[in-house]
Design a protein. Structure first.
Lengths: 352, 249
């Protein structure tokens, strides 16, 4: 925990924060290993390492490479993408409640997916108890387009109508409501199977993606992270207010637009591939602030790692809580995230 | 030295500042005075292009800032805002931000040394690793000044630097500003509401009324008639120890 005043030198403070990033990396590694070992197949640590090296039993390799690893890799990638997006939206919009779900990006993506499932016949068909989407790429593309539409409207409002960051959050709330209404109308006119498909899609499912799609989320997140990290001192300056940031040489308007585009892009990519997953983008940056404060040099990597940790933990619970059924990951992230968030809000000095 | 020529600013069609021109020498403290909404803060914001003026020029040591990038302007002019947005950042990081216009990639050893020196100069060393949102109002304002000073500016803009401070802290802050102006040859432009604080610490006085410059000059221009014209108040000016003091009412 961050103990105020324990660092007497700047070097000590830097060492502490680097240590926090390292500890979170180790924690992520531990959670990933734990998740790889846990499940109905009951693999031990040695089995996991042997299977990873390609020297394990065929059963272990099949379970690891075809079932657990793709889900866990997706969980890590989506956690990183959503938490980075949330962290940066909270900074540039000067609002601690900003995230892809509060800005309407997730709802826009859900609307896009519902449109594709109902009107473009990209819906699912049932094979015994398994669901499969017939044209999943079409759903992904439409969901992505829906997320981008929200971004375009919010950015358009900010640029053309000069809406303030607080106004952008309100615009996001309005757009969320608009897209939710639109999705409800689409569902109202759809048949039972299509309604079930839309509802199933919005639950969020890490099993929909393979390594290829996970790679796309990773790549998008990595590029966004590099951009964000190159601007970390600009974000630190923005924390003091936009006027102060301008006086320190930051081109605030340009930075806000570029950051919002990058943040909503990675959030849209993640939501388009796995469905609506809320709360991770909101809660992971706040938990990280608790450990490393608001210095974006450390907050950015910590938020990314914390998002990944939360997602892997949620994935683990979703697989094991009522095994062999898999619970919807989106519901679980809210379930795990909401109490933590409430605890931090009510604990004095937790969220600032 | 700063030279402002024919500076105007408008929100849409509504003109807020009308053709303001003045100059101030290095080491001088200029108090910008006037009623609320007269355009004082807007004037300050236009000088370092936080707000883009509709016309006019600002030159610092003969260099027109219109031709400079944001980063270059930040090396010439530093600014302390009226309201400080406080977040969970350490005092040292807050001060280090003042060196941002000089960073190559991140803070260097020289930047860290300068911040350490400035913090010890302002007796803030004991607080340097504390979070800024835990400090008192006076301490926060000193941190903001420290950040502005490590920017090594030629011109320092202060928007109501003594806002919400008790008298002791008000005088401490003004002493720091005055001392820095004299020692580092910084031209200071500060928006003030306390006329006596201005008379004690400023070399020149600019009275703004309805976006226009009403009067500009040294202490000799501060008269009862001027104050009646600007603020519509009755005030007596008395001399105590060769210094003017305003008595209102």
């Amino acid at each position: 925990m961050y103990q105020f005043g324990t660092h007497t030198t700047y070097q000590g403070y830097i060492r502490y924060n680097c240590g926090a990033v390292l500890m979170m990396s180790l924690l992520l590694l531990a959670v990933v290993l734990c998740s790889l070992m846990t499940g109905s197949a009951g693999l031990g640590l040695t089995d996991v390492f042997l299977a990873l090296a390609g020297k394990g039993s065929s059963m272990a390799e099949t379970v690891l490479w075809n079932v657990r690893l793709p889900r866990i890799c997706t969980a890590v990638a989506v956690g990183i993408a959503l938490s980075l997006a949330g962290c940066m939206m909270q900074n540039v919009l000067r609002n601690p409640l900003a995230s892809s779900s509060t800005l309407g990006v997730s709802q826009g993506a859900s609307f896009g997916a519902a449109f594709a499932i109902v009107f473009l016949d990209a819906g699912l068909y049932a094979e015994s108890s398994f669901f499969t989407f017939s044209q999943s790429w079409l759903i992904t593309l439409c969901a992505f387009a829906g997320g981008l539409c929200t971004t375009a409207v919010i950015l358009g409002l900010s640029r053309l109508a000069g809406v303030s960051p607080a106004g952008m959050i309100l615009a996001g709330v309005a757009l969320s409501s608009l897209f939710m209404g639109g999705t409800a109308i689409i569902q109202y006119y759809a048949d039972d199977i299509k309604v079930a498909s839309v509802v199933y899609w919005t639950f969020g499912d890490l099993g929909r993606t393979g390594f290829g799609r996970t790679g796309i989320i990773f790549l998008a997140s990595l590029l966004a992270f590099v951009f964000f990290y190159c601007n970390c001192w600009n974000y630190n300056a923005l924390e003091s207010g936009s006027n102060t940031a301008k006086s320190l040489g930051v081109q605030v308007d340009r930075l806000v637009v570029a950051t919002m585009v990058a943040a909503t892009l990675i959030a849209s990519v993640a939501v388009a591939f796995v469905g609506t997953i809320s709360f991770v983008g909101l809660v992971a940056p706040h938990i990280s602030r608790f450990f490393v404060g608001n210095n974006y040099r450390f907050l950015l990597p910590c938020s990314a790692l914390m998002g990944a940790i939360i997602m892997v933990m949620a994935e683990l619970v979703s697989r094991t809580a009522v095994s062999p059924s898999i619970l919807p990951i989106g519901a679980l992230t809210s379930f795990l995230g909401a109490p933590v968030f409430l605890y931090m809000i009510f604990k004095k000095g937790g969220v600032k | 030295m700063i030279e402002v020529t024919d500076l105007s600013f408008a929100y849409g069609k509504k003109e807020i500042l009308h053709h303001i021109s003045f100059h101030a020498l290095e080491g001088e403290c200029v108090g910008i005075l006037g009623n609320n909404g007269a355009g004082k803060s807007t004037l300050i914001s236009c000088i370092n292009r936080i707000k883009k003026p509709s016309s006019g020029n600002v030159a610092v040591n003969g260099k027109n800032i219109n031709s400079l990038s944001c980063r270059q302007i930040a090396r010439h002019i530093s600014y302390v805002a009226q309201k400080n947005e406080l977040c969970r950042t350490t005092v040292f990081d807050s001060v280090l931000l003042g060196r941002k216009p000089y960073f190559k990639w991140t803070a260097g050893k020289e930047d860290i040394r300068l911040c350490d020196e400035m913090l010890s100069c302002l007796n803030l060393s004991a607080h340097k690793m504390r979070f800024i949102d835990e400090l008192s109002g006076g301490e926060v304002q000193k941190v903001m000044l420290a950040r502005a000073f490590v920017q090594e500016p030629k011109v320092l803009l202060l928007d109501e630097p003594t806002n919400n401070l008790d008298p002791k802290n008000q005088y401490e802050i003004m002493e720091l500003v005055k001392q820095a102006a004299e020692e580092k040859k910084i031209t200071v432009l500060m928006v003030l509401h306390d006329l006596n604080l201005a008379l004690r610490y400023c070399d020149k006085f600019m009275f703004i009324k309805d976006g226009c410059m009403h009067a500009y000059g040294d202490a000799s221009i501060v008269t009862s008639e001027l104050l009646r014209g600007v603020y519509a108040i009755d005030a007596d000016i008395v001399n105590i120890d060769n210094k003017k003091v305003v008595m209102i009412g």
